[in-house]
Design a protein around this ligand. Structure first.
Ligand SMILES: Nc1ncnc2c1ncn2[C@@H]1O[C@H](COP(=O)(O)OP(=O)(O)OP(=O)(O)O)[C@@H](O)[C@H]1O
Length: 315
């Protein structure tokens, strides 16, 4: 459905997007992820035709955006980071305005607005001025505008930024619902955020491609240390002594917990090892009872930081 090839955007001598290529099939949700300034908005602005690429091509359903801008724009709905909503309009007025702007047929307009209001939960506030809506509802209005005309591809730039946790869940559910009929690209700088809704995640950093995979595979493929967290009834020195005798252990970090009489620590070792039994017997032999032992799994946030750092080191 979308094919981006060797996309470059230069601002004077600064390269904001550098040889980016990717494709996306119909009906999928792709999370576009990167730290601040990675080039996410710039890429989205090029896909939606707001700014022109310096180099490269963008094809939507086979149409190249610079050659057939009108056809491509008709198949894209865009929610920019700051939605272009008019605070002095009522919700319904605004949606009618957007429908006209997008050339929705008069015969379809009333029904489409009704459907989209239902879908985005705006029916009850349709007569209210946008100015008086909460941030979550304003975001829904922006989203409703983006899906007006039912474009095949919906692009959402940081759709949940600034929302409270309840609003975030509501918008996520709405995005999932939209994916039943639309292809979606959404950006975020929070990995857990995109992994909650996306089929695949593409990470970029400093304008360049870093990695693309499913959220699960990103976690699985991450090589390196794994470990466990322990709570032991013993002195810190005794724990250190026992640990140093297990040669496979690479690192130990103590965690200070003022109210606890136990020693808490994190132990790291190569992920090829399975050391839980060895650790259990070593502590048992030393008569230091383990009160708790749990695996440490690398969080998505840590993986994101690790991958973007690896990419920077390669530059
Ligand atoms: N009009 C412009 N002129 C010059 N530099 C720009 C312009 N727009 C963006 N940039 C620069 O290009 C880089 C990429 O910006 P972009 O907004 O695409 O990043 P982003 O990944 O969307 O970041 P954020 O998460 O902060 O929105 C940044 O260094 C930014 O300062």
């Amino acid at each position: 459905m979308i094919e981006v090839t060797n996309l470059v955007k230069k601002y004077d001598n600064y390269i904001a997007v550098d040889q980016l290529s990717f494709t996306l099939e119909k009906g999928k949700i792709l999370g576009f992820l990167g730290p601040n300034g990675a080039g996410k908005s710039t890429t989205m602005n090029m896909i939606t035709g707001y700014i022109a690429p310096t180099e490269g091509t963008i094809r939507v359903n086979g149409y190249e955006i610079t050659e057939e801008p009108e056809i491509v724009k008709q198949s894209i709905g865009y929610l920019p980071e700051i939605p272009p909503i008019y605070p002095e309009m009522k919700v319904k007025e605004y949606l009618e305005f957007v429908a006209d702007l997008k050339g929705v047929k008069k015969t379809d307009k009333i029904e489409m607005i009704h459907e989209i209001e239902e879908m985005t939960g705006l029916t009850e506030v349709q007569e209210r001025l946008i100015r008086y809506l909460s941030k979550g509802f304003k975001q829904r209005v922006g989203l409703a505008g983006a899906i007006m005309g039912y474009p095949e591809l919906i692009i959402l730039d940081e759709p949940t930024v600034g929302l409270d946790p309840v609003q975030i869940i509501e918008i996520r559910d709405l995005i999932k619902k939209l994916s039943e009929k639309h292809t979606i690209i959404l950006s975020s700088h929070i990995l857990s955020e995109v992994s909650a809704v996306c089929d695949e995640v593409m990470i970029i950093n400093k304008g360049r491609f870093v990695v693309r995979d499913t959220p699960d595979n990103l976690v699985k493929q991450q090589k390196g240390a794994t470990g466990i967290e322990l709570s032991v009834k013993a002195s810190k020195e005794a724990v250190e002594q026992i640990i140093t005798e297990i040669e496979e252990i690479q690192e130990i970090k103590f965690i200070e917990k003022e109210t606890s009489e136990l020693v808490h620590c994190k132990i790291f070792y190569s992920e090829e090892e399975e050391l839980r039994e060895k650790i259990f017997y070593a502590f048992a032999k030393a008569e230091c009872p383990i009160y708790e032992m749990k695996g440490i799994s690398t969080s998505l946030e840590e993986i994101f930081l690790q991958l973007t750092k690896e990419a920077e080191d390669l530059c």
